[in-house]
Ligand binder design. Structure first.
Ligand SMILES: [Zn+2]
Length: 194
């Protein structure tokens, strides 16, 4: 059984890679894990079981040491974490945030990979996310509030961010990445010419 890894394990700050295959069959796609290769289908079932066992409202593959773009969550907020309606489990493979609201809110977050830490994090209140479901069919979901927050938190794991890295909003992070790319480009240019 895969174990939850906690900071400062370097796997948590790695950018995860997409699930790719010519033949999109979850029971045939193999992914590497600390326990050796397993099918995507097994990875997903281990992730769901681990989420409910802890209990947590969401989990990203890197938290089990698997650097693949897969998240699972349950948006059911009516129940206690250990009493969730498991029919509401959502599986997202290769999720991409296509659009997000300008509106943000700040709420307390916790993370299984940062045990004992709680912090107020600013998130977009609404997002549109495109992903592949557990059958690897393309889906688009428009979500808000609690569900939008979980997805943003879990996708951050795929990009190697923990919530304590998230000082601004997505927009801020994208600008930071852009700036970083520019600085790198300038450095390379300097290097070339100098
Ligand atoms: Zn987390």
């Amino acid at each position: 059984m895969l174990k939850i890894i906690t900071a400062p394990n370097p796997l948590l700050t790695k950018v995860s890679t997409e699930i790719t295959a010519n033949n999109f069959k979850p029971n045939e796609i193999m992914v590497g894990s600390p326990d050796g290769p397993m099918t995507l289908q097994v990875l997903i079932s281990v992730m769901v079981a681990t989420m409910y066992a802890n209990p947590a409202c969401g989990l990203a593959a890197p938290q089990l040491g698997v650097s693949k773009r897969v998240i699972v969550y349950n948006p059911d907020e009516d129940n206690e974490p250990d009493d969730k309606d498991t029919d509401k489990t959502v599986i997202m493979v290769n999720p991409v945030i296509k659009d997000f609201s300008d509106a943000t809110n700040i709420e307390s977050e916790t993370c299984l990979s940062l045990p004992g830490i709680e912090a107020n994090i600013k998130r977009h209140t609404a997002i549109i996310v495109e992903y592949l479901d557990e059958d690897l069919e393309v889906k688009v979901k428009s979500v808000k509030d609690w569900e939008a927050k979980i997805i943003q938190h879990e996708i951050d794991h795929l990009d190697g961010y923990l919530f304590w890295d998230r000082k601004g909003t997505l927009k801020g992070a994208l600008q930071n990445k852009y700036r970083l790319a520019k600085i790198k480009a300038n450095k390379q240019r300097k290097h070339k010419h100098g």
